[in-house]
Write a protein that binds this ligand. Structure first.
Ligand code: NAG
Ligand code: NAG
Length: 135
């Protein structure tokens, strides 16, 4: 009798612990903001972008950025986020959020330019991190 009760209590406790861990991983655990900015010259064609995070809860975002537009979203999972971009006949794929690289900065800015993908953590100094590819 006592064994049954303690087993039941143990299972209930274990279950609530597991649920809490899952909730922590999946819910609004705000870690950073990612901005993706189209910095092409005026009158350029828009850029098509699709982003996703690695892991269990896939929530792909797809958007088209006109020149000057800034698409932003909250990073809620402590995992890699990556995007693919397509502009005319060139394309690219890059890591927009890497936990170890970015989480301490709080905000990650990406400029998409004709000559590549530039990273900034302060929206002011930019470093080229990725290039367009042509097939
Ligand atoms: C590009 O367009 C913006 C908004 O219309 C304008 O403010 C800016 O001067 C333009 N830049 C160039 C180089 O023409
Ligand atoms: C980033 O800087 C640009 C140019 O100074 C400004 O127009 C824009 O509003 C800034 N974006 C954010 C999110 O602060």
């Amino acid at each position: 009798m006592t064994t049954w009760i303690s087993r039941f209590l143990f299972l209930a406790l274990a279950w609530s612990f597991i649920s809490a861990v899952i909730a922590f991983e999946e819910n609004d655990n705000h870690l950073a903001v990612v901005h993706i900015i189209n910095s092409f010259p005026n009158n350029s064609e828009p850029v098509w972008v699709q982003c996703n995070s690695r892991g269990r809860k896939n929530n792909p975002k797809e958007f088209t950025l006109k020149v000057g537009e800034d698409f932003q979203w909250d990073v809620t999972l402590n995992t890699l986020y990556y995007c693919r971009a397509l502009w005319g006949r060139v394309f690219a794929s890059w890591h927009v959020f890497q936990p170890r690289r970015d989480v301490s900065h709080g905000t990650v800015y990406w400029q998409i330019r004709q000559d590549g993908f530039f990273l900034s953590w302060d929206n002011s100094s930019w470093v080229k991190r990725e290039m367009w590819e042509t097939e």
